[in-house]
Design a protein around this ligand. Structure first.
Ligand SMILES: [Zn+2]
Length: 152
């Protein structure tokens, strides 16, 4: 199983545990139960971080997702980001069905990072209905991330 889920400008790709077929879950249907289009088995909840590979996908995700979205801004050269990666994945598993976790590589997606005025990484942003609720900079453990996400 790969560490992150892929996506396109229409939805997140979830692999069926029954037949290994990739199924697209439309961004507007995130958090709802879905079935595999090939074998009919219930699809797993989104419990892994989604790897954002374009601005179009990012915009659609944050605009359409019924669940809040937390973004991890990272880069391959950033040491603390490598430590945060597994913690972010752990938090994604623990908050499955509650929040969607998305990873933005600031090297390949500088346009998204600049919109959030990201200067230091790792940095995190929490969005609801397409709007930023809060942002923080600096490494966080999974428990700290979840606490930060869940504070009202
Ligand atoms: Zn299937």
């Amino acid at each position: 199983m790969s560490e992150t889920l892929s996506c396109d400008d229409r939805g997140v790709i979830v692999v069926c545990s029954g037949c290994d077929t990739g199924n697209r879950i439309a961004y507007s249907r995130i958090g709802q139960k879905g079935r595999c289009g090939t074998c009919g088995k219930d699809l797993p909840a989104i419990s892994q971080a989604v790897d954002i590979t374009s601005s179009a996908s990012f915009d659609k995700l944050v605009a359409d997702s019924p669940l809040p979205v937390v973004v991890d801004f990272w880069a391959p050269w950033c040491g603390p980001c490598q430590m945060v990666g597994p913690e972010f994945s752990k938090a994604a598993k623990q908050a499955a069905g509650e929040v969607v976790f998305a990873k933005v590589n600031t090297e390949t997606q500088p346009a998204i990072a600049s919109r959030f005025s990201v200067r230091g990484i790792p940095a995190f942003a929490l969005l609801e209905n397409g709007a930023v609720v809060r942002q923080i900079t600096g490494a966080r453990m999974a428990a700290q991330l979840l606490e930060w996400i869940r504070q009202s």
